[in-house]
Design a protein around this ligand. Sequence first.
Ligand SMILES: CC(C)(COP(=O)(O)OP(=O)(O)OC[C@H]1O[C@@H](n2cnc3c(N)ncnc32)[C@H](O)[C@@H]1OP(=O)(O)O)[C@@H](O)C(=O)NCCC(=O)NCCS
Length: 170
Amino acid sequence: MLTTDSECNIRCVAPGDADALRDIYNHYVATSTATCDLFPRTADDQALWIEKHSENPYPGWVLVAGGVVVGYASLSPFNPKPAYRHTAENSLYVHPEHTGNGYGERLLMHTLSEAPKYGITNVVALITEGNDVSIRLHERYGFVPCGRIENVARKLGKTLALILMQKQLS
Ligand SMILES: CC(C)(COP(=O)(O)OP(=O)(O)OC[C@H]1O[C@@H](n2cnc3c(N)ncnc32)[C@H](O)[C@@H]1OP(=O)(O)O)[C@@H](O)C(=O)NCCC(=O)NCCS
């Protein structure tokens, strides 16, 4: 599925997007607690990620603006046990030089509109404490807080809670 307007389009992720995605993700690995990964994603890791998110029912998408991949979003299994099949964790990342342009919103809207087509009716966001931009963004699109796990991660000298938010799709 493609979302297009005059400025940007969202399409399914492809192997050729690997370098762009790795640049975006590894920036946040190194500089923030938005992801609790501690080590940069390797080229092999990224290739595997793209392979996994090229399959039903947990897709990945990239947002292309001006011919450049400026962000991406994905659905992943919330839990590998089969009874959780209809529930997915969502994720989105926007290139640090392109934040604040509405790309995050577009990626989240796209994720929520596409999810039911993949049999996903429940989307869960796992957001590290302090990521207020992400919390506000998810709230704006109907996610509600549904839990908080205290002191669950340590990164960049901080001990952090994990905030769980959920949106049920009809
Ligand atoms: C969260 C993220 C995806 C938002 O992407 P974005 O393209 O900047 O989002 P948008 O431009 O659609 O803006 C969404 C809201 O966040 C605000 N915002 C964006 N960047 C911001 C910043 N650096 N500081 C404060 N607010 C910011 C926008 O103003 C907007 O709020 P508003 O509509 O009330 O003005 C992006 O900041 C990012 O990739 N962060 C690191 C990864 C991450 O946290 N992913 C989510 C993990 S759960």
